[in-house]
Write a protein that binds this ligand. Structure first.
Ligand code: GRF
Length: 204
């Protein structure tokens, strides 16, 4: 069996997407391994999940650096120390900068709880609800310099119910989002992928 694709996962919160990846990686045939988990803050469930799985962790907090650029370089260095093939932003609530993208652009994915290009930014589920769409979902994309603008790797749709709140809708999205993330990252690992303009394809 070829050596597993090395994943570094970055988190900022509860880390249920991370957990889904950790669970998938427990099966060797999945083709990937989480080699480290990083965060932009301490005391979050995401880091606890990594520690429970025996995965090394690190943090890079913006306020510990003199500028956003220094933070970005430090983050890139910390991620680079684990020699990832693919970086997964899984609920990571910071925009990475130029240094990070120079190092890991084209092989960093992020998951967003809306169907891009609709509702980019921090409040995808709330804005979908306010707009009144009947279908929303989640998008996995290749990170670029924009906010949720990168080339789309995978999407999954979920219905919006009449009595949804932001919380119930986001929770339904997250169930589908985790399945999408595990499926797509597994394919990236086992089959490889290419990015041509805005088109992402699995396979060599
Ligand atoms: C996900 O819905 C992600 O798309 C959004 O924040 C949520 C993170 O959830 N940016 P978790 O930390 O993986 O549980």
């Amino acid at each position: 069996m070829p050596s597993p694709t090395r994943l570094v996962v970055l988190v900022s919160g509860s880390g249920t997407n991370l957990q889904a990846l950790l669970d998938a990686c427990a099966d060797e045939s999945y083709g990937a391994k989480v080699v480290a988990v990083g965060a932009d803050r301490e005391d979050i469930a995401g880091l606890t999940r990594a520690e429970a799985a025996g995965v090394p962790t690190f943090t890079a907090k913006v306020k510990d650096y003199t500028s956003r650029e220094h933070w970005d370089r430090a983050l890139a260095d910390k991620v680079g120390a684990f020699e990832p093939d693919v970086v997964v932003l899984a609920g990571f609530m910071k925009l990475v900068g130029t240094t990070f993208l120079d190092a890991f652009g084209g092989r960093t994915v992020n998951t967003h709880p809306a169907l891009s290009p609709s509702f980019p930014g921090m409040h995808g589920p709330r804005e979908a609800l306010e707009y009144g769409v009947k279908v929303t979902g989640a998008t996995l994309f290749i990170v670029d310099a924009g906010v949720d603008t990168g080339a789309i790797v995978a999407q999954t749709a979920v219905p919006v119910d009449d009595d949804d709140t932001e919380a119930t809708l986001h929770e339904r999205i997250k169930v589908a989002e985790r399945a999408m993330l595990v499926d797509a990252v597994g394919k990236m690992a086992r089959e490889g992928f290419s990015v041509e303009g805005r088109r992402v394809r699995f396979g060599g």
